[in-house]
Design a protein around this ligand. Structure first.
Ligand SMILES: [Zn+2]
Length: 245
């Protein structure tokens, strides 16, 4: 089950694990009264086993959320430049940013582990932006791209699907050339995020209809969700996968 949380946040739950991506309270400087309460976020965090933070911007990274995960002995994975000058930095897990390489992340106090590829993405030229591809113990996989927006990164993103089977791709709706990103990851399903970011000025609050317009002709199925909605994803059977290829 996949829940979309404001704004590029997701919670993914399978039979054995629950994973958070870019969860924040959305305490936005430009919309300070909009955010979720500590209480709501704490309840969500209690359900999760790990948090993946794509990059340092406040609409993706909330230090209070990261610290609460850590206080509950749940790993937080982020690029090395997130809160580099804060005490929380040494409690954060910095996996290698390396295309296609599977790494292991213990969760649930070592009872289980996730397999993770941290693709070395960027927002623009400077900001490190992990594109995390996470495999659950069931072998299902979920990729979230943060604010990925760097033309040079197509050198690896064009080939993700050749190395790994991707179930669900959760890209930022405004990533440049979303069709090329989709083709590179070659997922079974796309669920976009980051529509109508209230922390952005109106010219950069991409509307939901624009995502639909961009992906209407895409060969990949799209589920376009509002904040708080959920979708029960069923992976294809092996026979269906072979038939589709
Ligand atoms: Zn963003």
């Amino acid at each position: 089950m996949i829940w979309k949380i404001y704004n590029h946040g997701f919670v993914v739950r399978t039979a054995t694990v629950t994973i958070g991506f870019d969860l924040t309270r959305a305490r936005l400087r430009k919309a300070p009264d909009f955010g979720l309460t500590d209480h709501v976020l704490t309840r969500i965090i209690q359900q999760c086993d790990a948090l993946f933070i794509s990059h340092r911007h406040e609409d993706h990274a909330d230090e209070w959320v990261a610290q609460t995960f850590i206080d509950h002995d749940k790993p937080v994975v982020a690029p090395p430049d997130v809160w580099a000058d804060q005490p929380v930095h040494r409690k954060i897990t910095h996996l290698k940013r390396e295309a296609h390489s599977l790494q292991s992340l213990p969760i649930q106090n070592g009872k289980r582990s996730l397999k993770v590829v941290v693709y070395p993405g960027h927002q623009g030229n400077e900001i490190l932006c992990n594109n995390s591809l996470v495999f659950t113990p069931e072998g299902m996989s979920f990729a979230q791209t943060g604010d990925q927006s760097n033309g040079d990164d197509f050198t690896w993103s064009d080939h993700v699907g050749e190395h790994h089977r991707v179930d669900v791709l959760m890209p930022n709706c405004w990533t440049p050339d979303i069709d090329r990103t989709a083709k590179g990851f070659d997922p079974e399903l796309i669920i976009t995020g980051h529509e109508n970011e209230l922390g952005h000025t109106p010219d950069h609050r991409e509307p939901f209809w624009l995502t639909y317009a961009k992906l209407e002709q895409s060969p990949y199925p799209l589920v376009l969700m509002g904040w708080g909605e959920s979708f029960h994803y069923l992976p294809p059977t092996e026979v269906e996968t072979r038939r589709n290829r």
